[in-house]
Design a protein around this ligand. Structure first.
Ligand code: KG4
Ligand code: ZN
Length: 356
């Protein structure tokens, strides 16, 4: 029953968790988050310098908190993990240096975790999760990707966004509508009382220079421009913008695009399971639509638990436990942090000669 202390500081959430593996099941013993959202909201987005300073202030308290809430002692942990890529370099460094210091002090293994592998591993915090092979739709503030998982830790990216990520589109459209940051939850809330069919926004596709379109790729910047133009036109005719209807129509088209392209991909690949993870996976309309449309095609859907969709440390601990279970995956204390690193090469984070 290994116990892992995990830290997440890649963006604007400082988080710590304790997870363990009990009878083949990943159990969250404690999970704490100090959100900086309110502070960054004043600026309309994440300010990197503020984020790293807050991580530095928050982390010692969060670590104390997970031990006091779980009754586990620091001397009882078997390994420590932190996100090392991708993310804001200064923020990643805070978690990684803290983790490596504890690893050194207590002479326990350190695991540097790829943030996207963390999101993928959030599915193992759910009761229902498929065995590979399966397809993952990973939708967050920085990524919109369709990833085929053949066996544990072997990834093959089949689709991606060529411009804005889905979460980024939510954040930008929310700003156009005068809603708060982060945009996803704000749009979801106001869209509840809106008409999703009032406005028809485009389902943008990505052209293949060799002809036709990339079937599993995404583009959201044209959609954002279309919402902007609609707002400008409406402003000429009306004093009060129908922001509920705009929000609902936008949310609906994003959900339709995500659902249609991922179901097409899962069917084309001859798979029958689709996993939904990442911050945007918390969206109720998307979850509902995905379950509904998938049942028509007999595709099994596994949804990350709501509380583990947006950034948290339990998912980082879950990824670390899966690496530990594979036997040989421990990172060098020399492993640093990187703003970007391909998920497909996350095995190298456990190399004796680290890539960064
Ligand atoms: O996974 P996450 O917490 O951080 C990244 O790794 O990026 O995702 C954050 C993104 C933000 O863009 C936020 O607006 C979006 O997820 N988000 C949502 C919802 N909750 C968070 N988007 C749509 N609906 C939601 N309920
Ligand atoms: Zn994330």
């Amino acid at each position: 029953m290994p116990i892992v202390l995990s830290l997440e500081t890649s963006c604007d959430e400082s988080a710590a968790a304790l997870v363990s593996n009990e009878k083949g099941k990943i159990v969250v013993l404690a999970n704490e988050i100090a959100s900086q959202v309110a502070e960054h909201a004043k600026w309309g987005g994440v300010v990197p310098e503020i984020a790293s300073r807050r991580h530095l202030e928050n982390l010692p308290f969060l670590i104390e908190e997970v031990f006091s809430k779980s009754t586990v002692k620091i001397s009882e942990i078997d390994a420590i993990a932190s996100t090392v890529t991708p993310g804001l370099t200064g923020s990643l460094l805070v978690g990684s240096i803290t983790a490596r210091t504890i690893a050194n002090l207590y002479q326990i293994p350190f695991l540097g975790v790829h943030h996207l592998e963390g999101h993928l591993a959030s599915i193992y915090l759910s009761e229902k999760h498929p065995k590979p092979p399966f397809l993952v739709l990973l939708v967050s503030g920085g990524h919109t990707e369709l990833i085929k998982v053949d066996i544990f830790h072997k990834y093959h990216r089949l689709g991606r966004s060529h411009d804005d990520a889905a979460g980024e589109a939510f954040d930008k459209v929310a700003r156009l509508l005068g809603l708060s940051y982060p945009g996803g939850p704000a749009i979801q809330e106001i869209a509840k009382s809106g008409d999703p069919n009032r406005f028809s926004f485009p389902k943008c596709r990505v052209s293949n220079p060799k002809g036709g379109f990339y079937p599993y790729d995404f583009s959201f910047s044209g959609l954002k421009t279309s919402v902007f133009r609609k707002i400008e036109t409406l402003k000429l005719d009306t004093k009060k913008l129908p922001i509920e209807d705009i929000a609902a129509s936008f949310e609906n088209v994003v959900a339709e695009v995500l659902v249609e392209r991922s179901l097409r991909c899962v069917v084309d690949q001859g798979l029958n399971s689709l996993v939904l993870v990442g911050g945007v996976a918390a969206n109720q309309r998307l979850r509902r639509m995905m379950l509904e449309k998938a049942s028509e095609k007999s595709v099994e859907i596994a949804l990350a638990p709501m509380e583990f969709c947006t950034d948290n440390a339990a998912m980082i601990g879950s990824a670390a436990l899966l690496r530990l279970n594979s036997g040989k995956d421990i990172s060098s204390l020399e492993l640093g942090v990187a703003a970007r690193w391909p998920l497909e090469q996350s095995d190298l984070l456990y190399d004796l000669n680290p890539p960064f």
